[in-house]
Design a protein around this ligand. Sequence first.
Ligand code: PLP
Length: 382
Amino acid sequence: MGTTAYLDFNATAPVRPAAAEAMAAAIGISGNASSVHAAGREARRLIEEARRAVAALVGADPANVVFTSGGTEAAALALAPRAPGDRLLVSAVEHPCVLAGGRFAPGHVETIPVDSDGVVDLGWLERRLETAPVPAMVSVMAANNETGVLQPVAEVARLARAAGALAHCDAVQAAGRTGTDLESLGVDLLSLSAHKLGGPQGVGALIRRSRSVPIVPLWGGGGQERSLRTGTEAVPAIAGFGAAARLAAAEASDEAKIGDLRDWFERSLRTISPSAVIFASGRARLANTSCFAVPGVAAESAMIALDLEGVCVSSGSACSSGKVGRSHVLAAMGVTPDLSSGAIRMSLGWSSTRGDVERLLEAWRRLEERFAGRRRVSVVAA
Ligand code: PLP
């Protein structure tokens, strides 16, 4: 296959060269970070350096960063009842790792509805928090992985904390792409994942606002990560995460550049396919994300055609098996099954170029011509 145009950063971002170098260097160190000898101290140094970089990305105290195996584990670590009968509120558009409710009993997880752009209904939340039994925890993501829409997290956190509930935020898609300052968000717990920032897959972090926020470990063991997540640390992965976090923080100003590229894509798409529907386009969204559907164009066929042209995007509803199912995000927004079956997501990031977007547009133009031809045939046949 020739070169590809990779436009699927919300699925995973290509690993940054600096992260790959940091990982390669860390693999060369044979020490266990718990060992007191020089090799162990070097492994420890790399972990603590990465901890500082990850903490700086969200304005946290490094002492409050707990490394995990990724965003999914960070959410599972965060979402735990503190007392029997505790209840959890999650938005209807959360990633499945939050929708699953962590260690809360399935019957104790309630869903916060969203509007037609996928933004949480703050009025509903406020009323629910005034009603017994008051939930122990509220979890609302910073940015949606499918549409990029941003949630009013600071307001959610304010309401949750006023009701005595803890606030968790899945900031996996937002961190490094838009402002994700722990203090401004006001949440108690924040989940991150390295691979959306250009770090390696299989490493993430749960960050707490202060030491007084309780974390219930998933398992016991040798006491690493202050006994909150025990097990020998994945030093190379953590070092790669640190390098990626450092670069992502330094690139915060690229948000506008990436937004210009995305907006140019959407203007061009509307010219090629005037009936295109761009989800949540009127709301504050991540600058890198565009989720759209063209009535009559099935996502599965479009993705195959784009893939054959070397263009990597996602179906708005691709599940982990790679099959296309109905998106729970678009369903919660009230999008019809017909339209959501055509949802395509393109997402940009640190290595994206205008050329990549051009490749997608050219491929889309050819695809649209083919589909338009079929539409003409079906009109004649009818
Ligand atoms: N949360 C969101 C919003 C995501 O998009 C993802 C990954 O797709 C996750 C959590 C899970 O993170 P990880 O892949 O590191 O387990």
